[in-house]
Design a protein around this ligand. Structure first.
Ligand code: PLP
Length: 380
């Protein structure tokens, strides 16, 4: 029996224990030490964002955006339904109502042409997700935000270091968030970052991240004691985790070129087959540079998706589906959403086939996966 190929796994470079050992020996294990400072600069340099603050997760960075916006019960946030639960929970946790917008059938990103009709007098923000590493139509989205005086938040969990019209994703709108979870392109195990491009949010973001205190100013010697100033929580990652992340970021070129190579291989090997069998391949608009987070295809029917996934799993290949629409979930129903409300989201979610995709996936394994897809013959 062939070895099982997982959907994804983190990539290690071999020197992790050295750097983690350095942290342990330094005796400084909590957050915002020298490793975190270095990492903030690395992210800022590469993204050209205003400020980067490492957090314990992307979920927490999203929660910080909700606090920064001072969301109140009854406020509305516009977002896609085809996303990870945290994009919604961050806002609904503070009592805001999610206003779900459908996605585009080509990139599976929020449909920019459907955003404006979702704006009401209660809308406080537009949160978008750059799905699979490919940028949303940011010029149009930023124009809607500007017209209605709404900040835009880019959930860049899939897309950190991808670009839209030459501009790094996460650095285009007022606020962005990144994830360094085990499954993402760059990982510290668990981790994330808040990206701040509108300086008006900088001071409060530091306070919210430091339990609602101005401890960051105290550490910089700007105030002689620190005190309770605002809402907040504890969002600093340990230096131990940050050491791991630094190694990943130092190997940026390797990670991204490997992922690009895999993506291009799947496209080259499967495009003709997909056309012949009515599978839809992913699209990258000409003005976008993907971050190559994952590889998806859409089966022509729900039934064929199920059979293809079962077939691949039988071949020891851990292919899978992705997000279950948030609007058609137990929580989504609480706001009155129901099946049928967002047809593209529902159709895409039920037909998706994701193939294994990770930095350490060898070309040999990728060939085995492609051959297995092409060998599928359960069409009737
Ligand atoms: C992974 C992910 C998150 C959550 O990231 P964590 O770091 O695990 O909290 C949020 N949004 C999207 C789109 C994601 O893919």
């Amino acid at each position: 029996m062939a070895d099982r190929i997982p959907l994804c796994e983190p990539y290690l470079f071999g020197n992790e224990l050295d750097l983690i050992g350095e942290v342990l020996q330094s005796g400084y294990l909590c957050g915002d030490g020298p490793f975190t400072k270095k990492c903030h600069e690395m992210i800022k340099d590469r993204l050209q964002c205003g400020k980067a603050l490492l957090t314990t997760s992307c979920t927490h960075a999203l929660e910080m955006t909700a606090m920064l916006l001072d969301l109140q019960p009854g406020d509305e946030v516009i977002l896609p339904s085809f996303t990870f639960v945290s994009t919604a929970n961050a806002y609904t946790n503070l009592g805001a109502n999610p206003v779900f917008v459908d996605i585009r059938p080509d990139t599976l990103n929020i449909d920019e042409s459907a955003i404006e009709q979702a704006v009401t007098s209660k809308t406080r923000a537009i949160a978008v997700v750059h799905y699979a590493g490919v940028g949303c139509e940011m010029d149009k989205i930023m124009a809607i935000g500007k017209k209605h005086n709404l900040p835009v938040i880019e959930d860049t969990a899939h897309a950190i270091f991808g670009k839209y019209k030459g501009r790094p994703l996460g650095a285009i709108s007022q606020l962005g968030t990144a994830s360094f979870h085990h499954t993402k392109n760059f990982t510290s195990g668990e981790g994330g970052a808040l990206l701040i491009n509108d300086p008006a949010y900088e001071e409060r973001a530091e306070i919210i991240r430091e339990k609602g205190t101005n401890r960051s100013q105290f550490i910089r010697g700007q105030v002689d004691r620190y005190t309770w100033c605002d809402k907040g929580s504890s969002y600093l990652p340990s230096e131990i985790l940050v050491a791991n992340l630094i190694i990943q970021l130092e190997n940026f070129e390797f990670i991204q070129s490997r992922r690009r190579e895999l993506y291009d291989f799947y496209v080259a090997e499967l495009s003709l087959w997909a056309e012949q069998h009515d599978f839809q391949m992913p699209a990258i608009p000409d003005d976008c540079e993907s971050a190559y987070h994952l590889f998806w295809m859409l089966a022509p029917t729900v039934d064929l998706q199920r059979r293809m996934l079962a077939w691949l799993r039988g071949q020891q290949i851990e292919a899978t589906f992705h997000y279950q629409p948030l609007h058609d979930s137990t929580m989504g129903h609480r706001w009155g959403y129901k099946k049928g409300d967002l047809p593209v989201t529902e159709s895409v979610a039920s037909r998706m086939v994701r193939l294994p995709f990770y930095t350490g996936l060898s070309m040999e394994q990728a060939s085995r996966i492609v051959d297995a897809v092409k060998a599928f013959d359960d069409w009737e």
